[in-house]
Design a binder for this molecule. Structure first.
Ligand SMILES: [Zn+2]
Length: 142
């Protein structure tokens, strides 16, 4: 019996790199940090380049709907989709780094209590450009 179970005996290095650079990276490399942020005025999505080479993009609606602040989410339970109210702005005001672990996003309507950890942004990355209808059931640990 092979004690190594189902490990492939000969995975070509390039195949391994491809594996590590796609979905696996987004899911498991959760300690990455942004090296560049792009949220130009008038844009409807924010883009992040990470220090491990991954680039991710988030529609503003997705960021606002998953605003992790206590006002939006309450104090308990996972972060879930909260339909942005009619009065909510999807215009990003300022982006401010918090310590070395998070970004604070300020919206055009003055809502500025959302602190998005880098880890949360990585977990959200594979849904960053999804339609709202496709993310309503998602939950994220906090
Ligand atoms: Zn909020």
């Amino acid at each position: 019996m092979n004690p190594m179970g189902s490990l492939p005996s000969a995975l070509h290095p390039s195949a391994l790199r491809a594996l590590l650079s796609t979905e696996a990276t987004q899911r498991y490399r959760v300690n990455a940090s942004p090296v560049e942020l792009r949220a130009p005025e008038g844009a409807v999505r924010m883009e992040i380049d990470w220090d491990d080479g991954l680039s991710t993009a988030y529609r503003h609606e997705i960021l606002r709907g998953f605003c992790p602040c206590a006002t939006c989410q309450g104090h308990h339970g996972p972060v879930r989709w909260v339909e942005p109210p009619q009065s909510a702005s999807l215009v990003l005001g300022s982006l401010e780094q918090v310590g070395n672990y998070a970004l604070r996003l300020s919206w055009g309507d003055g809502h500025a209590t959302g602190i998005y950890t880098f880890q949360f942004l990585r977990e959200l990355a594979s849904h960053g450009e999804a339609a709202a209808d496709d993310v309503r059931e998602l939950r994220f640990m906090r």
